[in-house]
Design a protein around this ligand. Structure first.
Ligand code: OAD
Length: 261
């Protein structure tokens, strides 16, 4: 644990040492997880009671084997999640991260989320480690399937793939046991290795390789802030733990940073 590790409850004035860091940081790398969308009404995965994986079996719904076994159930579960996302909006946390593009020289936003809320809030060049739920790909070839094709065949659940006779349309997200896109992953690790401030928001840090991104940043000398109402597997690495919801803390942090420049 860093010597000066400080936990702040929402929300006192930020300590001078943290404001100093915000004033002088040049490259911020952000890693977000499901918690950043929690206040948009999208359930997280591992929160007790409310998390997806408390109610659903991840191997049945988020693995290639689960899809092969029961494609209809998997497809319908993702259609339900897509509907939930469509009915909700990015929150003040997503919006604050989008505003952060202005005042810092370089910002790299890496997300494990598949909801597209960062882009909807205005963030550009988001590195989506786990894909995007709004896309569909062929279950055999992995090729992208046009949204129009899916709409035209939506009476079939899932629709067939136009790319392979045995293929089906499946969501363009990374499932358990599948590899992440290597170019996206490389860009995320490079940004972690080169940033001076690592901001971790709303992730339990329980899934690899994403959870190693802040570890690399710390090893390379970056300072780290963790925003999470709970302690996560990554909190101990952080110089500052901002204990509380990200839709409250992120605007405070971004406003301070902007004012300090
Ligand atoms: P988790 O559900 O594992 O963790 C969510 C974290 O968000 C927890 O640490 C919560 O304490 C925190 N949290 C809850 N509400 C919050 C709020 N309002 N503000 C800030 N933090 C809050 O989600 P991830 O870490 O994103 O993968 O999970 C990683 C991956 O595991 C997901 O991308 C998904 C899942 O299986 C795939 O689907 C491939």
């Amino acid at each position: 644990m860093p010597a000066q590790h400080v936990t702040l409850e929402y929300f006192p004035d930020l300590p001078e040492a943290l404001v100093e860091i915000l004033a002088h940081t040049r490259h911020i790398t952000v890693l977000t997880g499901a918690g950043v969308s929690a206040e948009s009404g999208i359930p997280t995965f591992r929160d007790a009671q409310t998390g997806m994986w408390a109610r659903y079996d991840p191997m049945a719904l988020a693995s290639p084997e689960g899809f092969e076994h029961d494609p209809e159930t998997v497809w319908k579960w993702y259609q339900w999640r897509r509907q939930l996302i469509a009915e909700n909006r990015p929150n003040a946390g997503h919006e604050a991260l989008a505003r952060l593009q202005g005042p810092v020289q370089k910002l790299t936003l890496v997300t494990q989320n598949v909801d597209g809320f960062h882009q909807l809030a205005g963030s550009e060049q988001v590195l989506e480690l786990h894909g995007n739920i709004h896309r569909n790909i062929c279950s055999v070839t992995g090729r992208l399937i046009d949204a129009d094709w899916v709409r035209q065949h939506e009476d079939l659940q899932p629709p067939p793939s136009p790319h392979h006779s045995r293929g089906l349309a499946r969501p363009g997200v990374v499932w358990f046991g599948e590899a992440l896109d290597s170019a996206t992953l490389d860009a995320a690790f490079e940004a972690a290795a080169n940033c001076d401030l690592m901001l971790v928001v709303g992730t339990a840090g329980a899934v690899q390789p994403a959870a190693s991104i802040p570890v690399v940043a710390k090893e390379r000398g970056a300072r780290m802030i963790d925003i999470n109402p709970e302690r996560s597997e990554l909190t101990g690495l952080a110089d500052w733990h901002l204990a509380g919801p990200s839709a409250k803390w992120l605007p405070v942090l971004v406003d301070k940073l902007t004012a300090a420049r």
